[in-house]
Design a protein. Sequence first.
Length: 268
Amino acid sequence: MALENRSLMESLYFKPIGYFRNSMDNPNEAPRQPNPELSETAGYIELSSHHHFEDALRDLDGFTKIWVIFQFHKNDHWNPLVQPPRGSDKKRGVFATRSPHRPNPIGMSVLDLISIDGLRITTGPTDLLNGTPVLDIKPYLPYVDSHPDEKIGWLQESAGEKFSVIWSSQAHAQLAFLESQGLTQLRGFVVNQLEYDPTDAKKKRLYFIDDKILLAYRTWRIQIQVDTVTKQVYAQSIQSGYAIEELNLSEDPYKDKDLHRLFLNRNL
């Protein structure tokens, strides 16, 4: 059959070579791109056994970065036009973005290669979710993969507009306590939401109450202050999203009221 006569809907079958493992289960917890400041997003690839992948990994440990080709397994649809999380107030063609909502849900990320132990490949910070099917691994070659002077299209207008997220001593102590109780995704979520367009309520759950700005994460609220001159966002405190009356009710749909009670009883 001539190539031009083949259906655009012709199916191809790919079998995962393994799966990525870390603590991020929900898409809104993952950074848009791997962020070296979010060490809690690091994890490892567990390759499937009995496929000679031990041989396939030979010589890879001499590289410091790898390309990981994977499936966006949390997506069940695609959009020809998407609203980028930053740098644009209008929808863009999906092929001009890194959106996960693609005709074929395939993603690629450059990750730091930390170590290889048997079939386990430990990586640095990543944007992959727990359980992500891995399709392929390739070495990153800076002399062919890095082109820093090339044009970046519509993103050029927002280049350099990244904000720094700074935690107050109170917020830092509160965050440390919550992380010790297993809420390890909060830090990454806050950074992901605030490092670009931090006051854009159309793209994130923000509440403007009097002179306060609150960012919502599940049943938690983070009070922030934004300095547009210095490009800094201050996370001032973390608050429970429950009213006292709600905490006194037995219903607990999110299974987290005990943590909120503990948090409030510690006067954090």
